[in-house]
Design a protein around this ligand. Structure first.
Ligand code: ACK
Length: 275
């Protein structure tokens, strides 16, 4: 396994011929995800489908190479061979949180599961925001990008295709409007506070088990609604500290939203109260 260096970051170069492809499992930002078998284990392999997106793809590789956390999907390496631009990462056998929440199978889960998923997501993002020398902003946090392992008990953040370093402009309008902070689709300068907004929507979604803005129609209609201050409806019988936390995360003014470190602290207090 050779190492290639980009901006002083080492990437494990994987020979694509060593991977046995077992079929597609889905589509993420910038590529189709396949299940594969490599070095005696199952892996998820993202294959770049559009050549034009090579730069963004490499960015995802670079972002993932910098991180190591229990709640972030592990990168094994990448193939940068012509026609075989591949990102090889740990395989999450539980699929995405979105699937668990919204699949027609109506998989049963408890309030403890929901709070644990939201908490683990906050821990992963807290780590990203504390990265040195530069924080990583995910920019596309949503249940389809949250994977589950260990029988659904461990959550891992994936799909760094749109992640960016701090304080940049969103140039290509990627991301998903239902979870997107208003300053992001307004093309304003944004900060890591856009991840806090998305996390607040995720908290609502795991507790309500509904899709945010499902009845609003088009992406444009959702953006218009969010811009005008619309937010998901408050959940009946939701404990007040949880409700206050999600409302704080949805604040239109990004500066008023808590930091992810504060979110983690509030979640820890809430979980103590609930237990
Ligand atoms: O809901 P899913 O089955 O889980 O469909 C999506 C799809 O690919 C697009 O992201 C699945 N996926 C992505 N990365 C992985 C991974 N590392 N392990 C397992 N499934 C993955 C995801």
């Amino acid at each position: 396994m050779a190492k290639t260096y980009q901006n002083d970051i080492a990437i494990n170069e994987i020979d694509h011929k060593e991977i046995e492809f077992l079929g597609p499992i889905g589509e993420g930002a910038f590529g189709v995800v396949h299940k594969g078998f490599w070095k005696e284990k199952y892996v998820a392999v993202k294959r770049l489908t559009r050549d034009a997106e090579k730069k963004a793809f490499l960015k995802e590789v670079l972002q993932l190479s910098r991180v190591e956390h229990d709640n972030i999907v592990k990168l094994y390496g990448a193939s940068t061979a012509p026609n075989n631009f591949l990102l090889v990462m740990e395989y999450a056998e539980g699929g995405s949180l979105y699937n668990v929440l919204h699949s027609s199978a109506k998989i049963k889960y408890t309030l403890n599961h929901a709070m644990s998923w939201a908490y683990q997501c906050s821990k992963g993002v807290e780590y990203l925001h504390a990265m040195k020398p530069k924080p990583i902003i995910h920019r596309d946090l949503k249940p389809p990008n949250l994977l589950l392992v260990m029988g659904g008990t461990r959550l891992k953040i994936c799909d760094f295709g749109t992640a960016a370093d701090k304080n940049t402009y969103m140039t290509n309008n990627k991301g998903s409007p239902a979870w997107m902070a208003p300053e992001v689709f307004q093309s304003d300068k944004y900060t890591e506070k856009c991840d806090i907004f998305s996390w607040g929507i995720i908290l609502w979604e795991v507790l309500s088990r509904e899709k945010p803005f499902q009845n609003k129609g088009t992406a444009l209609a959702i953006m218009w609604a969010v811009f005008n201050g619309n937010r998901p409806p408050l959940i009946r019988n939701c404990p007040k500290p949880i409700e206050q936390l999600m409302v704080d995360c949805w604040d239109k003014c990004s500066e008023n939203r808590p930091s992810m470190q504060q979110v983690v602290e509030r979640m820890e207090k809430i979980c103590c109260l609930l237990c």
